[in-house]
Structure formats: C-alpha cells, structure tokens
Design a protein around this ligand. Structure first.
Ligand SMILES: [Zn+2]
Length: 339
C-alpha cells in the first residue's frame, strides 16, 4: 500500500511532511450520524492516525438515506452507530486506530476522551452539546470545527482558542431554536457539503496549514443556490464565560446545561434547557405547526402531541413530556424537536 496516499502527498500544501503529521494525529468526532460518517471516512481514508467516535444512538432505517457508513443489516440489527462505523472503517483501512464511545457525551466524558487529542469535530445535532464542545475546546486549548445541517442548508466554522471568538460569543446572534432534521428533514448533499468543508479545515489544521484556514463563518443553501460568509471576529466578547479573561466554562458544570428528570409517580419526563438558550411558547407553537400536529396555546404554555406523548412547553422553556418514564427517550425527543 505504499502508493496509497500518493495523490494527497502530490498536493503541495500537504506533501510528505503533512502526511506524516496526519498519521501522528488524533481527531475526536462527536456524533456518528450523517456528518460523523462522512467526516470519519474522509479522515480515515486520508491517513489520520487515530479517531475517537462518540455517539449514543442505534442505526435506524431512516438514517440510511444519508449516513454513508451504515447498511440495511445495521438497521435491522439496531447496531450502535459507533460499532457499525468502526467495522466499516476497518474494512476501508486496517492500520487506523479507532476508539469508540457508546455513551451520552457530558462534560466529564468529553474531557476524558478529548485529553491529548489534536482536534474536535462537531457532528452532533444539538445546541447544548455544541456549548459543551466549545467549553472543553477552550479549556483544553484544542480547536473545534463547527458543522450544522438542516434541510438543504448548513453552516461551518473552525473555532480556534486564542484566535477566533468562541461559539458562546455568537449566542446573541444565533437563533434560540434551530429547525431540526426531525422537523423539516435533511438532504444528503447538504450533509456532504458541510462535511467537505469541515474535513478540509481538519486537514489544514492537522497538516500544519493553519494560515489557510477559514476565517469567516460559511452558510450555504444548496437548494436555493446561495452561499454567504460572515465575518465574526468582532463578536469576541471579553466577558465571555468560555473565552473571556475569567472563564468559568458553564456547560462543564452539572448544574448548568440541560437538566433532565423523571418526575416520580407522574409518568412524566421534565426537561429544563441550558441557561444559554431561551425557549418560549412561540417556539413550541412553531414546532407543532411544522409537525402539523394539534396544539393548544394558553398564556402560560403550549400543549401538543407527538409520537403519542403529550408535551407541555412553558413560557420559561421548561418542557414536560407526559406518558413517558424513560429519560433517554425524553432526551432524544427534546433534541429532535428543538435541536
Ligand atoms: Zn467566547
């Protein structure tokens, strides 16, 4: 397999030196769905030394349209995504080191698996995990590459401690509720474009081509044929809790971040969003309308039904899911509705 990387080493900015750096590198990929499949396959084929894949989900039939590492057999057997991905990646390249984490990624888990890694890649589907990635990245002084996809659009930016503003700095301009793939769908080309930009940034970073890295946030829509780049360097907030002069990394502490609880004797899961986001009744109404499900709005909350559960979203963002005792299902439903 001596010539395996010949086309990549011929590419002058990478060359033999960059290839060697890549083979000494470790990237941690959070999420092993559509973006995670594409990112891990690209980096493994490119010759990265080690990847860590973290995901808590199982392969389902509805994943197969865009999650390129998985097969019908994986869906039939409800294979954990990280396990199915590892198997496939090993058939692509035998000498890669793969570490899998089949777990919900919280602060301690993320800090532990990131450790001495060179890079964090965002392949998650929710807002809270991105805030967590952001805190860990700044605490450990490791870049993370943001990638978010929904419908036919996506956004990409490499967040680099000491160089760029952080994700938390951008919160005032980010929408509190993102549409999600579970409410408005997603097409594979949007995933591939986002993953292509993210993996390009990863290759630049891991081969020492840092001056080539993207400096503006990219937003594209492949269906409407639009693409815009936003300069965000002026958004750095000196008081930021993550990248300011006195960081507290709020998402790493258990009392912040999204809180989940099963309410005893009530057959109900309660979810309280991270303090950094503001969910309102209007957001619940919008989700219900997108899902074309019945809803009832009062001055205090919106009630709607989804997947056989009765959901109540209060004006302060607290969500109750009635008819449910399983926190994992509640967590998944919450993120599928509100990102
Ligand atoms: Zn910041």
């Amino acid at each position: 397999m001596e010539n395996r990387y010949s086309r990549q080493t011929l590419f002058q900015p990478i060359g033999q030196d960059g290839q060697q750096q890549l083979s000494d590198s470790h990237a941690v990929i959070i999420g092993c769905g559509a973006l995670g499949s594409s990112l891990s396959e690209t980096l493994v084929r490119a010759g990265i030394g080690k990847v860590t894949l973290a995901d808590r989900d199982y392969v389902e039939a509805s994943n197969l349209q865009r999650q390129q590492l998985f097969t019908e057999a994986d869906a039939q057997h409800s294979m954990p995504k990280v396990i199915a991905a590892e198997r496939r990646l090993r058939t692509i390249r035998e000498d890669v080191e793969i570490h899998t984490v089949l777990n919900h990624v919280d602060g301690p888990v993320l800090e532990e698996i990131t450790g001495e890694a060179d890079l964090l890649l965002d392949a998650t589907d929710n807002f809270e995990t991105r805030l967590l990635l952001n805190d860990v990245a700044w605490k450990l002084n490791i870049p993370w590459i943001y990638g978010a996809v929904v419908g036919s659009s996506g956004s990409v930016f490499p967040f680099i401690p000491g160089k760029t503003p952080c994700f938390r700095c951008l919160l005032p301009v980010l929408p509190a509720v993102n549409e999600t793939c579970d409410t408005v769908g997603v097409i594979a080309p949007a995933v591939q474009i986002s993953a292509a930009h993210q993996s390009a940034e990863a290759l630049k970073w891991l081969t020492g081509n840092t001056s080539a890295m993207r400096t503006k946030l990219l937003h594209f829509d492949v269906w409407n044929n639009t693409s815009v780049e936003a300069g965000i360097s002026r958004m750095k907030n000196s008081q930021c809790q993550t990248c300011g002069s006195h960081p507290t990394y709020p998402s790493l502490h258990q009392q912040s971040g999204t809180q989940y609880a099963v309410l005893c004797g009530r057959d109900t899961v309660q979810i309280i969003p991270d303090a950094g986001r503001e969910l309102t009744v209007a957001d619940g109404v919008r989700v219900a309308q997108q899902l074309q499900t019945e809803y009832r709005e009062t001055p205090f909350f919106v009630e709607f039904h989804v997947d056989g559960y009765r959901c109540i979203l209060f004006g302060n963002g607290r969500l109750l899911i009635h008819g449910l005792k399983d926190m994992k299902i509640g967590r998944k439903l919450y993120h599928s509705l509100f990102g």
